[in-house]
Design a protein around this ligand. Structure first.
Ligand code: UDP
Ligand code: MG
Length: 322
């Protein structure tokens, strides 16, 4: 890989971030200018904000930023589509224009200065560089525990994800072009990028607290994301249902034999209550299993529609300008 400066696009999804954007936009620009000064990236590098259908003044702020400095640009999605789709919209926008992209949240939680190490790793020949949090000191115990369980659960279910890596990562244009061929609607970027392959490495940083505003990922959304990640990347839950079904079938067979023998020996089986419990228990398991399978079918339903994964309604620049 060449050591000459590369054209970098920083991709930043923003949803209702009017409180934090004025603070962090400056930090992003400082980092970009620092890297330009060090001749690691070219002067036509850009900071791309992706407005994810915010209901507050976020798009107004982005438009004003774009007028204030040519390094800032922005696109707006036609409505809120969620974090993953917002990042995807930004990545696809950058695909043919940048040599490298770095996606990062806009709340300043991820260490912006780690970008230099990421660009260095790219110049060392890596096509993907994962930003990995090495400590979760600033997170509450509950957030830390749930987040770590999230990675463990994903990996144990066959979705390979980099431990403690969220969506702060560098991707080269080459990887991005291959990634553009992954057409799925159910997006779970941190599970998909490792599937593209190519040489990759990690850069470690400390995660801070949000600079302002509130998290959009409460426990319910995180559980949803975990479930989505598992069912998007792996069919292990279905295999587990099958295995459990086989186990129950064998046990039932033994149970039936035992019941018949007991009748022959004249010892009629007692226990209406235990029978009812067992029936209830397995009815529950069956419903859960059906639900899991139904979830996969729902995903197939969404996939076959081939609906667009994002729709860009506005750009801060004229077409073909960037
Ligand atoms: N985000 C988005 N669309 C959404 C929800 C969140 O673009 O529907 C953005 C948000 O603006 C932020 C990033 O995704 O830049 C991560 O969200 P947040 O900080 O709320 O999540 P957390 O860091 O608490 O997991
Ligand atoms: Mg955050």
């Amino acid at each position: 890989m060449s050591k000459k400066p590369s054209k970098l696009w920083i991709i930043i999804p923003c949803y209702n971030e009017e409180n934090v954007l004025p603070i962090t936009s400056e930090l992003f620009l400082n980092e970009l200018k620092d890297l330009i000064g060090k001749k690691k990236i070219t002067d036509d590098s850009r900071i791309l904000f992706v407005n994810d259908g915010s209901k507050d003044k976020t798009w107004q702020i982005i438009s004003d930023l774009a007028k204030s400095d040519p390094h800032y640009i922005g696109i707006s999605q036609s409505r809120n589509r969620g974090h993953q789709n917002a990042v995807l919209a930004g990545l696809m926008e950058a695909k043919d224009k940048a040599d490298i992209t770095i996606s990062i949240d806009c709340d300043g939680q991820d260490d912006i200065t780690a970008m230099e190490a990421m660009v260095d790793e790219y110049h060392n020949g890596n096509e993907v560089v994962y930003g990995v949090r090495n400590k979760r000191k600033t997170d509450t115990f509950f957030k830390r525990f749930t987040a770590e369980s999230f990675y463990k659960l994903l990996n144990s279910m066959g979705a390979e994800v980099v431990f403690n890596h969220a969506d702060y990562r560098l991707i080269s244009a080459r990887v991005l072009k291959e990634f553009a061929e992954f057409k799925e609607v159910n997006l779970f970027l941190r599970g998909l990028i490792p599937l593209v392959g190519f040489k990759s490495t990690s850069v470690y940083y400390e995660r801070h607290e949000r600079m302002a505003g509130e998290s959009h990922y409460p426990l319910s959304k995180m559980l949803g994301l975990a479930f989505d990640g598992i069912t998007s990347l792996s069919v292990r839950p279905i295999q587990m249902i099958t295995m459990f079904g086989c186990f129950v079938a064998v046990m039932s067979f033994i149970g039936i034999l035992w019941a018949i023998i007991a009748v022959i020996l004249g010892q009629t089986v007692q226990g209406w209550a235990s029978m009812t419990c067992i029936i209830c228990f397995f009815s529950g398991i069956q419903l859960v299993s059906l639900g899991i399978i139904g979830n996969y079918i729902g995903k197939i339903y969404m996939e076959v529609k081939h609906r667009p994964r994002y729709i860009i309604s506005e750009r801060t620049w004229e077409k073909n300008d960037e």
